[in-house]
Design a protein around this ligand. Sequence first.
Ligand code: PLP
Length: 331
Amino acid sequence: MAAFGTVFMPQMALAKYEDQQWGDSEIVSSDSISLHPGAHVLHYSSTCFEGLKAFRHEDGSVHIFRMDANIKRMAQSAELLSLPAFKPELLEQMVKDIVAKFADEVPAAPGSMYIRPTFIGTEPAIGKAAAPTSSALLYVLLSPVGDYFAVGAKPLRLLLEENGMRCAPHMGMVKSGGNYASALGPISQARTEVDADQVLFCPGGDVQETGAANFILIDGDELITKALDSSFLHGVTRNSILTLARDLGLKVSERELTVDELLERAAKPGCEAALSGTAAVLTPVGTLIHNGKEHTVGNGEAGETTLKLRQALNDIQWGKAQDQHNWLTSI
Ligand SMILES: *Cc1c(COP(=O)(O)O)cnc(C)c1O
């Protein structure tokens, strides 16, 4: 199977911002943009993106999961990066148009169509290190993806990093390119040195998130995860899982979690940990590596509650359970 995100549909939806206004969105070839080498994004990282998915139901219909939440987050990222404002309706129409265009290509369960809205500052002006771009491109790419859980069913190994940070604290809730480049050094080092799959960033002992997914600890009937603040990315999957957990009668605690408490709880039999994200869905964590020591989470296997919550989410996405929270948009 091709690696996640390496296959693209041949066309994308695109809209241009120029002379203080948005043009109409168009469907164009996916390789059709050209940028001046001095474009603002290439020098000053004026860029943000989103990741969401469309799912095919058994009756053949296609549904986009939590599009409103992703568009809202993109608008917030854009604002925090001083990129031009856009109307949510513009991006909504672009997403719907391109998914409708390639509706036949949306894989059936357990696959899905990954949707990647992208926003970049294009003004050719290298003198604008301290000024916003005056022109920008908004586009929506599509990439069909398979079931990465079946392949990677082995629970993840996470290195707990207390000294470094994923990104600058005020950039945590912005889904922007530079944040990922900023986390690559520590992640590559953790892979080579302790064979970790990901780094769980815990600056000063505060358990935050990994490079591209949120962290959830499940201890008995309680889910514990960091309360929302501006230091980390507010995952739509995180919100969905917490909502489904409440629906199932579990206790949800959004609060600070220290490395000490995490390690103490993780050692208990029956404790579970997982990463949440659009690509990861809810992926079990089996091992925490801290100060050269390996700590098994519960029995080290995928937890029962983790699998139950993952299934509950997938059932809504694939139309096998009722969409009680109105999370799906039909195409
Ligand atoms: C995208 C992302 C997440 C997960 O967000 P979802 O909306 O659930 O996909 C978590 N952390 C980071 C840093 C991310 O980039």
